[in-house]
Structure formats: structure tokens, C-alpha cells
Design a protein around this ligand. Structure first.
Ligand SMILES: CC(C)(COP(=O)(O)OP(=O)(O)OC[C@H]1O[C@@H](n2cnc3c(N)ncnc32)[C@H](O)[C@@H]1OP(=O)(O)O)[C@@H](O)C(=O)NCCC(=O)NCCS
Length: 183
């Protein structure tokens, strides 16, 4: 079991070059290297890093922003009966990127980072109204990874990337369960 601490990329490196990161997916590697600090500065996307305790080695990262998606694209089991069914678009906490450094993949770090992101989405839910947390799975394997943690694909078709959603009520329940298990 890897001991992980989560901190903001900005707090680790500010304006200087981020630590080495390579997960094998070009866009995910490029974002942390080139764009993450710029996005942080203008308040567009906040990047969170998972580091090994106590070495400080960068294990992986994810980032969060807000987005709006067309309600017509929601899976009917989530849309029907919901308060957004008659709206054109719905607001969501959006996770544009998640990646784990090569050599550290398959050790539970991706799951740990995703659960931390869901926990932060839960904190937002206590203060701001929105409909769910969304992200894009880029392959059947990543779709399976997100499904295991409760995300629902917008379509069952095998076309990628595919948008996926974790409804707000599941986010709130996850957060409450985590709080109960600490008490
Ligand atoms: C996808 C990714 C974030 C998963 O993180 P991870 O730390 O390797 O995954 P974990 O160890 O927490 O969980 C692995 C589980 O996810 C599954 N999985 C799905 N996609 C995977 C992938 N590309 N690599 C490894 N495991 C993957 C495994 O089968 C495993 O399931 P199991 O617990 O039932 O055996 C990571 O592999 C990665 O960075 N991949 C490259 C970048 C990427 O694809 N990012 C996601 C963009 S949508």
C-alpha cells in the first residue's frame, strides 16, 4: 500500500517547472507540463498531485474545473425524473485529466486520486448546486475503471472518448459514508 499525500501543483512548484511526469497518454502528460500552472493562475482548472510520503515523488495528478453539458445527452436513467430534465444544459464538476506516472500504475493510486476528487466534489456540493461530476474515458479499460467507482457512461456505444457522470447524490452519499467510517 502506497502512502500518498495530496497537494496542489501550484504549492509544489508555483511558476517553476513541474516534477517529471509521464503516464503514456500525450494530452495528460502535456497538460501538467505545459498548461496546468497557467490554468491555475487564471482560476480555470486546479491541479492536485498525489505524492509518495515521505519521499515527495510525484505519483499522479488530477485536475478539476466546472463545465456545462447538454441535458439531451444524459442517459435516460439519470435524466428522467431529475430537476434538469427540462433544462437545455446542466452544470457539473468536471475532471479533464487524471494520470498516474508509469511505473506506479496498477497499485491503486488512480483509484485513490479519483476518490480524492470525488471527495472534493462533495465539499463543493455542500456549498454550490450542480448536477454531477463528469469526465471522459478514453478507452474500454478506463471506462471499466470509472464504472467500478460508480460513474455512468452517457452512451453504451463503443466510441471513445465517452463522457461519464457520477450523480450528485452518489457524491454526497460517498462523502457521508467516508465521514461515518472515520467516526
Ligand atoms: C487509468 C489510470 C489513471 C488508472 O490508475 P492506476 O493507478 O493505474 O489504477 P488503479 O491501480 O487505481 O486501478 C487499476 C484498476 O483499473 C483498471 N484499469 C483500467 N484502465 C487501466 C489502465 N490503463 N492501466 C491500469 N489499470 C487500468 C485495472 O484493471 C484495475 O482494476 P482491478 O482493481 O479490478 O484490477 C492509469 O493507469 C493511467 O494514468 N493511465 C494512463 C492515462 C489515462 O488513461 N488516464 C485516464 C484518462 S481517461
Amino acid at each position: 500500500m502506497v502512502d500518498i499525500e495530496i497537494c496542489k501543483l501550484w504549492d509544489i512548484c508555483g511558476n517553476s517547472r513541474p516534477p517529471h511526469f509521464e503516464c503514456g497518454i500525450r494530452d495528460v502528460d502535456r497538460f501538467i507540463k505545459k498548461d496546468a500552472r497557467k490554468h491555475h493562475k487564471r482560476g480555470q482548472t486546479i491541479t492536485f498531485c498525489g505524492r509518495e510520503k515521505p519521499t515527495g515523488t510525484l505519483l499522479g495528478y488530477y485536475c478539476l474545473s466546472m463545465d456545462a453539458h447538454p441535458t439531451s445527452e444524459l442517459p435516460s436513467k439519470i435524466k428522467n425524473g431529475s430537476h434538469v430534465q427540462s433544462e437545455k444544459a446542466f452544470p457539473a464538476v468536471y475532471m479533464p485529466y487524471l494520470g498516474v506516472n508509469r511505473g506506479w500504475q496498477g497499485k491503486g493510486i488512480g483509484e485513490h486520486l479519483l476518490m480524492d476528487a470525488v471527495d472534493r466534489a462533495g465539499l463543493i456540493a455542500e456549498n454550490v448546486g450542480y448536477f454531477g461530476m463528469t469526465l471522459r474515458a478514453i478507452s474500454p479499460e478506463t471506462r471499466k475503471f470509472y464504472c467500478k467507482l460508480g460513474f455512468v457512461p452517457f452512451t453504451d456505444a463503443d466510441t471513445f472518448p465517452v463522457l461519464m457522470i457520477l450523480p450528485r447524490r452518489s457524491i454526497v452519499e460517498t462523502r457521508e459514508m467516508a465521514a461515518d467510517s472515520v467516526e
